[in-house]
Design a protein around this ligand. Structure first.
Ligand code: G3I
Length: 379
């Protein structure tokens, strides 16, 4: 668990370009004490954790990865992956292993093994953990989605699930994505898609936060979503809802933007301003699932200019977080293209991560590291 110092206004006192100059001038450490280049976690300011998703479950189960047996998780079985995971990152998010369908596949049966392994690994390597996720419309098991429950029974099912998970990892999970993706693009609650809201009414959202807080009063409890990087109907809906919940003393601690970006769209230029308005409500903010995909037909490689644009987006996202006082957790959704969800989900798109399939560092990796060095140097 990390002890955080209050954010200083001077954190971005030098830009990333200036950091490279400072490294050359010998003012910043280009290499760590052991002679190696600093990792992302080494380069980061003390009050910012640098995270990644720990790959397993979800799309990984159906992929045929070189070196892994079918269904084996990269997190458990790829040794090079594990070395990078502990070396580069100070926070882990289970990519799928704490989602309902994975951890609670049948009524009365929880499968904690891989989630436990992630939490243990994080403790061994002094990493934070972001719990993901408790109330969501997606990746719910059939016994929940198709179950024949009364409202009262379904409510008890959700409460038991939340308190079992949050309680099991009490003191070991720093931030929980309690409610994930509850609004649609128009800023309306996903009432028909989300079984919890549909069957139990919108008040269930506040209850989910209350139940999680009861189970671990120290965990920071978040709303998390995509396409909320900018100000618009969806992020505005969170802004209104959270103010309402805070007035009712519902224990909401944070608002996080996932950050699934693409080079085919412009960078959300008001990201910093958008995070700032949530910070101004007294909340923590975080970037939780950053990746930057690009259009590259199968069998082709990205161009230099695509990689440069990708690096620029990663850097801008990090700079936005660094500029906001209580944006204290910055997580990328995987770090190697080898295990990315993107090509599985978006045909003809990919290369969204900061390392290639062979763990070579891409310009985006160096952009993040230089930006972190610049921020740490500004202390
Ligand atoms: O359930 C079907 C199964 O019936 C089918 O046979 C199989 C065939 O491939 O696919 C199964 O669905 C897969 C699902 O995981 C199962 O767990 C999807 O194809 C696969 O795309 C999905 O991937 C996960 C995705 O969440 C699901 O929404 C990814 O691994 C995971 O990286 C991704 O992560 C989400 C975050 O949790 C929330 N924010 C968005 C982010 C990206 O979608």
């Amino acid at each position: 668990m990390h002890i955080r110092t209050p954010r200083r206004a001077t954190r971005l006192a030098v830009t990333a370009a200036a950091a490279t100059a400072l490294v050359l001038a010998g003012t910043l450490p280009a290499t760590a004490a052991n002679g190696k280049h600093p990792s992302l976690r080494d380069a980061a300011p003390a009050d910012l954790v640098i995270g990644t998703a720990a790959a397993g479950g979800g799309h990984h189960l159906a992929q045929d990865y070189e070196g892994l047996e079918p269904g084996q998780s990269p997190f458990l079985h790829d040794q090079q992956y594990r070395r990078e995971l502990k070396h580069e990152f100070s926070s882990l998010s289970p990519e799928n292993q704490m989602k309902w369908e994975f951890i609670h596949p049948e009524q009365g049966r929880y499968d904690f093994a891989e989630a436990d392994a992630i939490v243990k690994f994080a403790r061994q390597h002094k990493q934070d953990v972001r719990g993901h996720t408790l109330l969501w419309h997606s990746q719910n098991p059939a016994w929940v989605e198709e179950g024949d429950f009364t409202a009262e029974e379904l409510r008890a099912v959700l409460k038991d699930h939340i308190q079992t998970l949050v309680g099991r990892y009490k003191g070991q999970i720093d931030q929980w994505d309690v409610a994930n993706e509850i609004f649609d693009e128009g800023g309306n609650l996903r009432t028909s898609e989300n079984i919890w809201i549909r069957e139990l009414g919108p008040g269930i959202i506040a209850d989910a936060f209350r139940w999680a807080h009861e189970a671990d009063p120290d965990a920071k409890l978040f709303f998390n979503d995509y396409n909320v990087e900018w100000k618009g109907p969806k992020s505005n809906a969170y802004y209104a809802l959270i103010q309402d919940l805070l007035k009712q003393d519902v224990p909401v601690d944070g608002f996080s933007v996932q950050g699934h970006l693409s080079t085919q769209y412009g960078f959300p230029g008001d990201l910093r301003e958008n995070l700032q308005r949530f910070d101004d409500l007294g909340l923590e903010t975080a970037i939780t699932e950053l990746d930057v995909r690009m259009n590259v037909p199968e069998g082709q490689q990205p161009t230099e200019s695509q990689l440069a644009q990708q690096a620029d987006y990663y850097q801008q996202a990090l700079e936005a977080c660094l500029a906001v006082d209580d944006c204290n957790s910055f997580t990328i959704w995987g770090f190697t293209d080898r295990y990315s969800w993107v090509p599985v989900f978006f045909t003809g798109e990919g290369f969204a991560n900061v390392m290639t399939e062979d763990y070579e560092r891409k310009p985006a990796y160096y952009a993040l590291r230089d930006t972190l060095l610049a921020a740490a140097g500004g202390k």
